[in-house]
Design a protein around this ligand. Sequence first.
Ligand SMILES: Cc1cc2nc3c(=O)[nH]c(=O)nc-3n(C[C@H](O)[C@H](O)[C@H](O)COP(=O)(O)OP(=O)(O)OC[C@H]3O[C@@H](n4cnc5c(N)ncnc54)[C@H](O)[C@@H]3O)c2cc1C
Ligand code: FES
Length: 278
Amino acid sequence: MFCSPTYKQNSNVLGREKVKIPINALVATMYVRNVTITDIKKESTGIYTLFFDHSFKFVPGQYVMVWIRGVDEIPMSLSYANGITVRVVGDATAALCDLGAGDTLGIRGPYGNGFKSTQPPTLLVAGGVGAAPLASYADAFQASVMTILGARTKDELLFVKRFKDAGPLLTATDDGSAGHAGSVVDLLRHVRGYNEILCCGPEKMMYAVLQDALARSIPSQFSLHRYVKCGIGLCGACCIDESGLRTCVDGPVFTETQLSGGEFGTYMRDASGRKREL
Ligand SMILES: Cc1cc2nc3c(=O)[nH]c(=O)nc-3n(C[C@H](O)[C@H](O)[C@H](O)COP(=O)(O)OP(=O)(O)OC[C@H]3O[C@@H](n4cnc5c(N)ncnc54)[C@H](O)[C@@H]3O)c2cc1C
Ligand code: FES
């Protein structure tokens, strides 16, 4: 398949239209970089940041495909140019966080579009491990951001110093152990002085932020988690109803207009493509 220097035409044996695939671009896109883990930091119970011996050039909000050899390959946002922050939820994330300094991983990417500020000042709304892509945004755009950061409990509030260094910070916890007792959405009403919202977190939370943003006509962007397999727009696993937009290449960051009226906030598809209520 990768024999032609520039293009190879698919055969027409099935009577389908011929498609030109830019082979060189595809090969470059699929390149797997071997990285060595230099350090692992425990952020909280079940949440770890893994640092690599390589820094990636990326736009905050982009993700990489992380190959844990012998286990699985999974998508992870870059929380640093040389790091990812992982919540243990299943086999692959547990195996990833069991690794130590000196172990190696295969990394493809960075992939996807990332957040793009159009009219600062910007309000960042982060929930749980959704703080990972927004913390790198805060690092890059200090002085033009304010943040609402939420988690289940105080210990799970991620990257508090990074967000504080970038601008005003409000926090919310489900159990009331820090900041407002309740959701980040409750705090939205109390914050003024921003022109746009960038958001990442549990989808129900993001859906509530979307409703608030739409009601007040505030431009907003949301980083979506869908089942990502190939990461390069070929397999269709990550498509969103009704638009058909692919999370892996058209996203993972989408605008309020792209997400309105579709599956966002109601369901996603599992590994086999079956609908799963959120
Ligand atoms: C663009 C993007 C960025 C992400 N960034 C982060 C991050 O920074 N930190 C973090 O902790 N998690 C992140 N995730 C989620 C992470 O990929 C999943 O938690 C992980 O794949 C779970 O794998 P598992 O084998 O441990 O769990 P499993 O038991 O296999 O699955 C647990 C749940 O994780 C989700 N999941 C499983 N496999 C995938 C997959 N290939 N693609 C997407 N979701 C999957 C499903 O909802 C599933 O129900 C991101 C997902 C996407 C799509
Ligand atoms: S994961 Fe294959 S098209 Fe998006």
